[in-house]
Write a protein that binds this ligand. Structure first.
Ligand code: ADP
Ligand code: MG
Length: 407
């Protein structure tokens, strides 16, 4: 016992090596067990959570008004279990029968063909069928069902139901007897819209956007306001359609990429990818000019506006812009006011544009009194930004990232 070399645990280096080997073995076995647990947990999640997201792989946040779980995305198969299950769900066979085997084509956009149909109770409907080659189709389908399932206003199209049956994706709307505003303005088979009808349509569109921005909870930015997405019902009431690209504005995430239609897209959104409700205001300004001039952006509407402005025609400058099909039949004072409102909405700088609620008030007020708060605007405020707008449009034309052929 008194031996100074006596060690009850053997030589120290064997003892340390044994300890290391033990710890290493334990870590190895523990890590392996953890990996197995994680894998089986992920498999369980994949079975219970839907995998399809609404926008670009991000999780869309929805509040209790839509009753869609806040942190989860939703798949087509789950639609019937979500809050929108008060909307009818049709089988493919029911849609096929209602459309008479898809015979009466009434429209076509990027989503796919639209057919006229009749439900058994004699209700006229429009059936929008997702085309097989539609890139964004599945997301747009979900977006439209989820948003229109909770948005209800007299100036929005009414979603009657949907069909998600053996790979078919179909949206069913109330039929709008007077077609799209684009067709009414640009197809010469129709009688030209009167000046009064144009003003009333402008007011309807503005009220529809106001509901989206200020009435809906959470607010919605339409992102694709244009004449072909404005439909006219049997009373010539305008309703905003096509919510495939729309976005809840308080989702707290940056916009996922510039979407919209060439000629109607807010230049500031185009360059900064910063989507705000004022982007809809810009597009609305373009539609107002289109209503005045009967000319579409693809026919050089805004270039025409600039030419007219440069003519320095004094008080009657906007008369030069008027749709020739109206043969001068309009109230000159109203024309000037509408054109000024359009100019303000289509300002290149976001801060210069009014809120849509101001536009609604301005449009309503001048119909009653022949004047509006926006009277105080002078043309020079528009001219100042004219050059900048032109440069921006030129650049937009060059950009290939723009989706310019949407329907
Ligand atoms: N409810 C409807 N009633 C009448 N026509 C419609 C209706 N919905 C769509 N259309 C027609 O189909 C066209 C394309 O519809 P839209 O909803 O804009 O589809 P997309 O997403 O493909 O652009 C419209 O411009 C219009 O002419
Ligand atoms: Mg469309």
């Amino acid at each position: 016992m008194d031996d100074p070399h006596y060690r009850p645990w053997g030589k120290p280096r064997y003892w340390i090596a044994g300890l290391f080997a033990g710890v290493f073995g334990f870590v190895l076995i523990f890590g392996y067990l953890c990996m197995i647990c994680c894998r089986s947990f992920r498999k369980t999640c994949a079975r219970t959570l839907p995998t399809m997201d609404i926008e670009n792989g991000d999780h869309e946040r929805r509040n209790e008004t839509s009753n869609v779980p806040a942190t989860e995305s939703i798949s087509v198969d789950e639609l019937s279990f979500s809050a929108i299950n008060q909307i009818s769900r049709f089988t493919y066979e029911e849609v096929r029968t209602a459309t008479g085997n898809f015979t009466c084509l009434i429209g076509k956009g990027a989503f796919g063909p639209v057919y006229r149909a009749t439900l058994p109770e004699n209700r006229a409907i429009a059936v929008k069928v997702l085309a097989e080659n539609s890139n964004q189709g599945e997301k747009e389908f979900l977006n439209e069902v989820l948003l229109l399932g909770r948005l209800h206003h007299k100036n929005l199209t009414n979603l009657v139901g949907f069909c998600s049956d053996s790979g078919h994706r179909i949206l069913v709307f109330d039929f709008m007897r007077n077609g799209s505003l684009a067709a009414r303005l640009h197809e010469h088979t129709y009688e030209p819209l009167t000046w009064t009808q144009r003003i009333s349509i402008a007011q309807d569109i503005a009220r529809g956007i106001e509901y989206l921005h200020d009435g809906a909870v959470p607010p919605v930015i339409h992102r694709d306001i244009k004449a072909s997405n404005i439909l006219l019902d049997s009373f010539m009431v305008a309703r905003i359609a096509d919510f495939g690209l729309s976005k809840e504005s308080d989702s707290g995430r940056p916009a996922s990429g510039v979407r919209g239609t060439y000629g109607y897209v807010d230049p500031e959104y185009f360059y900064s990818n910063n989507l705000t409700p004022k982007s809809d205001v810009y597009s609305f300004g373009i539609v107002l000019f289109e209503l005045i001039a009967g000319r579409s952006p693809s026919e050089g509407l805004m270039e025409y506006v600039e030419v007219v402005l440069s003519m320095n025609g004094g008080r009657d400058v906007w008369l030069q812009l008027l749709d020739p099909r109206l043969h001068g039949n309009c109230d000159l004072k109203e024309l000037n006011h509408i054109a000024l409102i359009a100019s303000r909405c289509a300002e290149a700088e976001v801060q210069k544009r009014p809120r849509i609620s101001e536009v609604v008030q301005a449009l309503a007020r001048f119909r009653r009194t022949g004047g509006s708060k926006l009277d105080s605007l002078n043309l020079s405020s528009f001219n100042r930004f004219e050059r900048k707008q032109r440069a921006e449009r030129d650049m937009m034309q060059e950009s290939s990232s723009m989706e310019d052929a949407r329907g």
